[in-house]
Write a protein that binds this ligand. Structure first.
Ligand code: SF4
Length: 289
């Protein structure tokens, strides 16, 4: 085994999955059978694409198995260490390697899009993996997609989502500055509560996302989120306002916005929970304009 060091030009976003798939085949093929000129040209271009992809990921060398000489040989700058902690892998998940956090998140999104682990895949329109910022102050976790989310593939975009957006704004953030997700990624029919089996099947995706996103704090919106993430046994009416912990991350339990739409008298309690979140971050809510 030997190692190839390389430098290739920067290239912005490319179809990594396709390039990777092609090149994972072609690179070893090239190294073994590199004598046919036309084949060499095709394989060379694919290999350059693959090396370009690897360089974007900060990988400076790849293992080879052939005795054929390979050029160019120049060491790229040392990649910064990936600060993300090890995430629990799912069966069939890609290894972490030097992949960036955004690429890792995209891999999860792709896995979710193809997922058939539980029966919710049969009735979904679109999967809803969640969206938002890496390393946010706050990550909000709800129960599961509703009709609007199922249609658009985006978490919290219905009436409850609009209320959540106002809650986030009242805290001094935009939706893009936090991360918003759910315990299950597919809509339960009729907006029923997901079953324990469905939650168990889906929660590994969320746990992997949290490990990559690394929020400073998590807010569980409603009883299902609290039960799914921190195994809360108290009713949300009693558990709200209390801190729990997940993998060392403080977790605040509060009401789901959909519940607040049904019972507006609970909005004050929810707001005091969100202010406690801000206080733990050393922040205060902005003054209303
Ligand atoms: S809810 Fe989760 S586990 Fe079930 S099919 Fe959708 S992505 Fe897969």
């Amino acid at each position: 085994m030997f190692f190839v060091f390389f430098v290739v030009p920067q290239k912005s976003a490319i179809d990594h999955s396709r390039t990777l798939a092609i090149s994972q085949f072609s690179l070893p093929f090239l190294l073994h059978f590199g004598y046919n000129a036309s084949l060499m040209n095709i394989l060379h271009s694919q290999t350059v694409e693959y090396l370009r992809y690897l360089k974007e990921q900060g990988i400076t060398h790849v293992p080879g198995t052939s005795k054929q000489p390979v050029t160019p040989v120049k060491r790229a700058p040392k990649a910064a260490p990936d600060p993300a902690p090890a995430a629990p892998p799912l069966a069939g998940a890609a290894p972490r390697g030097g992949l960036t956090q955004s690429v890792e998140l995209q891999l999860i999104t792709d896995e979710v899009a193809a997922c058939r682990r539980c029966l919710l895949h049969r009735t979904r329109t679109r999967t809803v993996p969640g969206q938002g910022a890496l390393r946010p102050d706050v990550m909000f976790i709800g129960e599961g997609p509703g009709a609007n989310e199922d249609e658009q593939g985006i978490a919290f975009v219905g009436r409850a989502g609009q209320l959540l957006t106002r809650m986030i704004a009242a805290m001094g953030y935009t939706r893009d500055e936090v991360f918003i997700g759910n315990i299950v990624k597919c809509r339960p029919p009729g907006n029923r509560v997901p079953s324990p089996e469905e939650m168990n099947d889906c929660i590994p995706y969320l746990k992997r996302q949290i490990a990559i996103i690394q929020p400073k704090l998590i807010v569980c919106l409603g009883a299902t989120a609290a039960r799914g993430l921190v195994q809360e046994t108290l009713p949300i009416g009693k558990a709200r306002g209390q801190w729990r912990e997940f993998e060392g991350i403080p977790v605040m339990l509060t009401f789901h916005p959909a519940y607040l739409l049904r019972d507006g008298t609970k909005k004050g309690a929810c707001w005091s929970d969100l202010k406690a979140v801000l206080a733990r971050l050393g922040k205060t809510p902005p003054k209303p304009a």
